[in-house]
Write a protein that binds this ligand. Structure first.
Ligand code: ADP
Ligand code: MG
Length: 256
């Protein structure tokens, strides 16, 4: 594999709901090490694409291929997560009664292999793994700026911090590809600035990002490349500025 090969390739993805094609044959190439924007008016198919990529929906037809040769379509969400694709949801989905630290530990759980015997008896192996997991979870919380809030229950965190915690929990999967569905929705300007910095840090750490976002300034500031959906079709693709100036894109947004 060379550096220019896509990390993720979507070929002619179709997602049909009854008479509606939420995706009507969409191709997508996501290059490694980039932040790839996915934009479009409401109902254009962005979240549906996320759900196809993460196995929540099985596409009606088409293919999703990770790193050249690993087919993702048809696999379960947990198989896809273990392949290195993590996500956040358009609406915050945290364990509200658990602390920030515990929420990240849930994400880490898969990478520790203690047996039920270790768990019940609290063997030295088990205790060591728990120490390692907590250290990793703390490092992730520090990375997303939540270190000082590790012991706060998720429901008591301000909304902007809950969104960062969701990102932290996704990072616990140690992904190669992170999908963010409207992470800036409902955030204040200072929260958006903090989020933007963290998304850039994630990319700089070598994790490829697909970003669904309707705040155009966030898209412009972050995305290396942008694909635009409208009624389930990809209508434009290119650099952020190029796409923003595209008459087809302007028309799609004006019409919505
Ligand atoms: P976006 O995220 O771009 O706003 P969505 O992907 O959520 O758009 O939705 C695209 C279209 O597919 C919309 O018309 C929506 O109503 C429809 N849709 C999405 N999910 C489902 C579903 N599970 N069942 C039926 N229709 C759906
Ligand atoms: Mg959506």
């Amino acid at each position: 594999r060379t550096g220019s090969d896509p990390l993720l390739k979507v070929e002619s993805a179709v997602m049909q709901f009854g008479g509606l094609k939420a995706l009507a044959g969409v191709d997508l190439d996501v290059r490694p090490g980039t932040i790839h924007g996915l934009i479009g008016p409401n109902g254009s198919g962005k979240s549906t694409m996320m759900n196809v990529l993460t196995g929540i929906y099985k596409p009606t037809s088409g293919a999703v291929v990770l790193a050249g040769d690993r087919r993702l379509d048809g696999r379960t969400p947990s198989e896809i997560a273990l392949s290195g694709v993590a996500r956040t949801f358009q609406n915050v989905q945290l364990f509200r009664e658990m602390t920030a630290l515990e929420n990240v530990l849930v994400g880490l759980h898969h990478s520790f292999h203690g047996t039920i015997f270790d768990a019940i008896l609290g063997t030295p192996r088990r205790r060591r793994e728990e120490r390692e997991a907590r250290a990793r979870a703390m490092a992730i919380l520090d990375f997303v700026g939540l270190g000082p809030l590790a012991q706060v229950e998720a429901r008591n965190l301000p909304y902007g911090k809950q969104r960062l915690l969701e990102i932290g929990r996704a990072l616990a999967l140690d992904p190669v590809l992170l999908l963010l569905d409207e992470p800036a929705a409902g955030l204040t300007a200072p929260d958006i600035a903090e989020l933007t910095t963290i998304i850039r840090k994630i990319r700089d750490a070598g994790i490829t990002v697909i970003l669904i976002e309707h705040h155009m300034d966030v898209v412009m500031g972050l995305c290396d490349r942008v694909s635009v959906l409208d009624f389930g079709h990809k209508i434009a693709e290119g650099g952020a500025r190029e796409v923003q100036a595209d008459p087809k894109v302007i028309e799609a947004y004006l019409g919505s």
